[in-house]
Design a binder for this molecule. Structure first.
Ligand code: ASP
Length: 329
């Protein structure tokens, strides 16, 4: 009796293993995944033309696909993050690089940062005015300087030494952002947004990066959360990679990106629970708003946001791609 039960069990185990082999369940090829965002805010279907919506979806897909190819071909998560962000910086659609918003003095002052989850090395730039891709300059600060954060003219001069592309200030002058400044100055409405990416590569390393023009009509010299490691960006292979978008002053006060990592490290929360606790509870309770993209070391992704929309997309560890804008897609 027991022998026959054992035989049946053995047969069932063998059948499951064979099936797993066929379907790839036992596939031990390494996970990799990428998620991006193009900013959170009052993003609603009623205010969006079909043309604008498809332009956003196309550009998000382009950035996501480029980052995904880097990972698929065995590249690093840092390269994937930089590649995806640079594509969004070159688009006038997003508040970063080309599409950066104007400050109260009618100038573009951009911030960016990048972090390596393997080494905890990080690089950031703040208040750069002419750098075409601030994310590339942030990476150089990490890799070629003994510092973490460079700002203003010094950051731009540092970039010159490494051939970082600078553009005349009128490259960043887009009509849409200029009109937004006029509206903001008349009505005190602050247009905002940011771009960011998090990725896990086939070597098991996480990285995160963020780039922004900040908030429309901000005071000259204001620095937001995006270049502050632990506020707008954080990555640690032991926990997660995070890139944020939203009201930067609140993100700084909450050490928001680091707090997600800390909840995972010290309270053993999942990426989903840790990021929701910080974005949907702590941030909102303090009076702020925004969202994050977050990924753990297994490639699990969470994208909570407390606003009506967040431009976002991911390719998950099973290769599924999705691009979304509103809370309900
Ligand atoms: N976090 C950015 C900042 O405060 C803006 C945004 O993401 O909306 O500079």
């Amino acid at each position: 009796m027991f022998t026959s039960i054992r035989r049946i069990l053995l047969f069932q185990i063998a059948a499951v293993l064979a099936l797993a082999g066929c379907t790839g369940i036992m596939d031990d090829s390494p996970n990799f995944a990428i998620a991006i965002h193009g900013g959170a805010g009052t993003i609603e279907r009623d205010n969006m033309t079909p043309e604008m919506e498809s332009a956003y979806r196309e550009k998000l897909t382009e950035a996501l696909s480029a980052g995904y190819r880097v990972l698929r071909d065995g590249g690093t998560s840092l390269d994937a993050v930089e590649t995806a962000i640079a594509i969004m910086e070159d688009s006038p659609l997003f508040n970063a690089g080309k599409g950066a918003v104007f400050n109260a003095a009618g100038q573009n002052e951009m911030d960016a940062s990048i972090m390596d989850g393997r080494t905890l090395e990080a690089g950031a730039v703040a208040i750069v005015k002419q750098v075409k891709n601030p994310i590339r300059l942030a990476r150089l600060v990490m890799e070629k300087s003994p510092h973490v954060l460079l700002s203003g003219d010094g950051a731009e001069r540092f970039g010159d030494e490494y051939g970082i592309i600078q553009m005349p200030e009128d490259y960043f002058h887009t009509q849409r952002r200029w009109e937004a400044l006029q509206e903001a100055q008349a009505e005190e409405v602050k247009e905002r947004g940011t771009v960011g990416a998090v990725a896990l590569d086939q070597h098991g390393n996480l990285a995160a990066g963020t780039s922004t023009g900040g908030r429309t009509n901000k005071l000259a010299g204001r620095v937001g959360d995006s270049p502050i490691i632990g506020a707008g960006t954080y990555a640690d292979n032991r926990t997660c990679a995070v890139s944020g978008t939203g009201h930067g002053e609140y993100f700084i006060r909450l050490a928001l990106a680091y707090d997600i990592s800390a909840l995972m490290a010290y309270r053993n929360l999942t990426i989903e629970k840790a990021s929701r606790a910080v974005v949907m509870d702590k941030l909102v309770e303090l009076g702020g708003a925004g969202g994050v993209i977050a990924m753990d070391a297994q490639g699990n992704i969470a994208m909570p946001f407390s606003t009506s929309g967040m431009y976002r997309g991911f390719v998950d560890r099973n290769g599924n791609m999705a691009v979304k804008i509103y809370a309900d897609d």
